[in-house]
Design a protein around this ligand. Structure first.
Ligand code: OGA
Ligand code: MN
Length: 283
C-alpha cells in the first residue's frame, strides 16, 4: 500500500476513528505525522487496516505519538526489546488484557499509549472494546465531580490476578516463555481523575482490576465507589468495538481510555505485536 490522501473517519459517537490513505511502514512527512498526532488526541483511538510493519517500522510509527518503552512483565524481541509478542495459542484458555483496564496503571508513570498490530487473527472473535474515560467523566454530575476531586487510588499490578500475575497467566504459553522472571509487583498512587497533559481534558482513571482501594480508605469503603466508576466508564454509550483483521493496527491513548480484549475464540490462535509508550506522572 502507498500513502495517498490521509482521511480520518469516526467509528462511533464516543471515540475511535479509522485512518485511511497512509502506509505506516513508510517514513511519513511532518504534515502526515502532525495530522496523525492531532487525530490521536481528538479521537483517543486510531485504527488502520492492511498494514505491514517490521518491528523497526513499528517503533518508528510509534514515535509519532510517544517514546517507545519496555514492558516490565515480558521480554521483548531480541533486537527491539520494546516490541513484544502477545500470543494466545489454540490450547490457551486465558487471554491477555481480558478485563477493562488502562495499560500499566500500576506504574509510577503509566504508559502514555499503545500501538497494537495484528499478525494473526482468529476467523471470528477476539475483538477489542474501547471506552472513553473523559466522556465518562464529563457525564458525571457536578456533585460527583466535586466528591472525586483530590481522591487518590492505590493501583496494584497483582490486584486483579489474585496475588500472582504469573500464576494467573500461566496458561498463556508463549507469554510464559517470555515472562520476565525478575519482575515484581508494582504499587502506585494516582488521582482517580486525571488531567490530560496534552489536551487539558479531565478523565476518570480507575478500574476494578487495577485500583485496589482508595488512599486512606478501607477496601470496604472503597470498593462501592471503584465499582460504580469502573462500570460507569464502560457504559455502551462511551465505547466502540474493533474487529481485527490481519494487518490491522490500533493506537490508543491510555490517559483517556480503557480497553478490553474479548476472549471468545477458544481453540483458535491470535498473535498481536505491541509497543507501549513512556508516560508521565498522572496529575
Ligand atoms: C494490550 C491489550 C488487547 C488485545 O495489548 O495492552 O490489552 O485485544 N491487548 O489484545
Ligand atoms: Mn492492555
Amino acid at each position: 500500500m502507498k500513502s495517498t490522501a490521509l482521511k480520518v473517519q469516526p467509528v462511533s459517537g464516543a471515540l475511535g476513528a479509522e485512518v485511511t490513505g497512509v502506509d505506516v511502514s513508510e517514513e511519513l512527512s511532518q504534515t502526515q505525522r502532525d495530522a496523525l498526532h492531532e487525530a490521536f488526541l481528538e479521537h483517543n483511538v486510531l485504527f488502520f487496516r492492511e498494514q505491514n510493519m517490521t518491528p523497526e517500522q513499528h517503533l518508528r510509527f510509534t514515535r509519532i505519538f510517544g517514546e517507545p518503552d519496555t514492558y516490565p512483565f515480558m521480554v521483548g524481541l531480541p533486537d527491539t526489546p520494546e516490541v513484544i509478542d502477545i500470543v494466545k495459542t489454540e490450547s490457551d484458555t486465558v487471554n491477555f488484557g481480558g478485563s477493562w483496564h488502562s495499560d500499566t496503571a500500576y506504574m509510577p508513570q503509566p504508559a502514555l499509549g499503545t500501538v497494537l498490530h495484528a499478525i494473526e487473527v482468529p476467523e471470528y472473535g477476539g475483538d477489542t472494546l474501547f471506552a472513553n474515560a473523559a466522556a465518562a467523566y464529563d457525564a458525571l454530575t457536578d456533585g460527583m465531580k466535586e466528591l472525586l476531586d483530590g481522591v487518590i487510588g492505590v493501583f496494584d499490578s497483582d490486584y486483579g490476578y489474585g496475588g500472582s500475575r504469573r500464576k494467573a497467566l500461566s496458561n498463556l504459553e508463549l507469554m510464559n516463555d517470555r515472562y520476565d522472571e525478575d519482575s515484581e509487583s508494582y504499587l502506585s498512587e494516582h488521582p482517580i481523575v486525571r488531567t490530560h497533559p496534552e489536551t487539558g481534558r479531565k478523565a476518570l482513571y480507575v478500574s476494578k482490576g487495577h485500583t485496589a482501594h482508595l488512599k486512606n480508605m478501607s477496601h470496604e469503603e472503597s470498593r462501592p465507589l471503584i465499582t460504580y466508576l469502573s462500570e460507569h466508564i464502560v457504559k455502551p454509550e462511551f465505547t466502540c468495538r474493533f474487529r481485527w483483521q490481519k494487518g490491522s493496527i490500533a493506537v490508543w491513548d491510555n490517559r483517556s481510555t480503557q480497553h478490553y480484549a474479548l476472549n471468545d475464540y477458544g481453540g483458535m490462535r491470535r498473535h498481536m505485536r505491541r509497543v507501549t509508550m513512556k508516560g508521565d506522572t498522572p496529575r
